[in-house]
Design a protein around this ligand. Structure first.
Ligand SMILES: [Zn+2]
Length: 271
């Protein structure tokens, strides 16, 4: 699936494309599943178009099987089940050496600034493949890369969330939001999750959220700031705020302001 020019959905073409060639440090992966991400839409629409090769194959969240290895690649084998970590970097500059690889001058996202996974095969650096356990399906594995990478960066790298603290996850039904609930619980934190419709409540609870609030209801309810304060008291910890910036009204509500005074926050999705 490719597009040859930027624009709407009508620009996507289902067509034959050459099989990618690999360099000595790359592997060829037969794509078994590729998740959709809003990044695909931004790419097709031409966001930062100067960085997107045309014709372009989108798809940054990929899982599959290794079918070919470059002659300098070791530690991997054919037929290995893998998911693809989407960030490519130089690996040696100061940023890469200090864990800030997304600031590397060479940083690229597979499927955005390179050809991606809406295809039968994708060529990627061998350093970007991660083995996946048999208990994970390819579809489950392909749902992991971008959203968990983002949620982990927000909660661990930026917010330093610690056991016993509390995270407010705005829009827990979103990809990053659902990942953030799971990461926060893994870290031993309590989680207040907001949802935009009640049909998402059960999912948020199953993911581990300790408190779930419909933020559309809360915005119409004068008592919501008090409600958040009570939860904050119950949670007995500092609040971390990974808010989904593309969510309607986030960052502007009384309930968020009620928490913001002494709480670190991390925002993604602002455009
Ligand atoms: Zn670098």
């Amino acid at each position: 699936m490719r597009f040859h020019e930027f624009g709407g959905l009508e620009k996507l073409r289902f067509e034959e494309a050459p099989e990618p060639h690999i360099s000595p440090t790359e592997v060829l992966v037969r794509v078994r599943a590729c998740a959709l991400n809003h990044l695909d839409i931004w790419a097709r629409g031409g966001t930062r178009s100067e960085r997107i090769p045309l014709p372009h194959i989108s798809g940054s969240d990929v899982s599959g099987e290794v079918t070919e290895l470059g002659n300098l690649v070791s530690g991997h084998s054919k037929d290995e089940k893998v998911l693809i970590a989407p960030g490519i970097n130089c690996g040696i500059c100061d940023y890469c050496s200090n864990g800030w690889d997304s600031l590397c001058d060479s940083y690229k996202i597979i499927g955005y600034e390179t050809q991606g996974g809406y295809a039968e095969y994708v060529a990627v650096p061998a350093t970007n493949i991660l083995p996946i356990p048999d208990k994970l399906t390819f579809e489950e594995a392909s749902s992991v890369p971008l959203v968990f990478l983002t949620a982990w960066h927000m909660l661990v790298t930026r917010a330093h969330l610690a056991p016993g603290e509390t995270a407010l996850v705005w829009a827990a039904g979103s990809g990053v939001g659902s990942a953030a609930v799971q990461v926060a619980k893994l870290l031993g934190a309590k989680v207040i999750a907001t949802i935009g419709s009640d049909m998402k409540r059960e999912k948020a609870q199953k993911l581990g959220a300790d408190f779930v609030l419909n933020h559309r209801w809360a915005r119409r309810t004068p008592q919501s700031p008090q409600l958040f304060r009570r939860w904050k008291t119950q949670a007995c910890g500092r609040l971390r705020l990974p808010t989904h910036g593309s969510c309607e009204g986030s960052g502007e509500n009384g309930e968020e302001r009620a928490l913001r005074k002494d709480s670190p926050q991390s925002v993604m999705g602002k455009q």
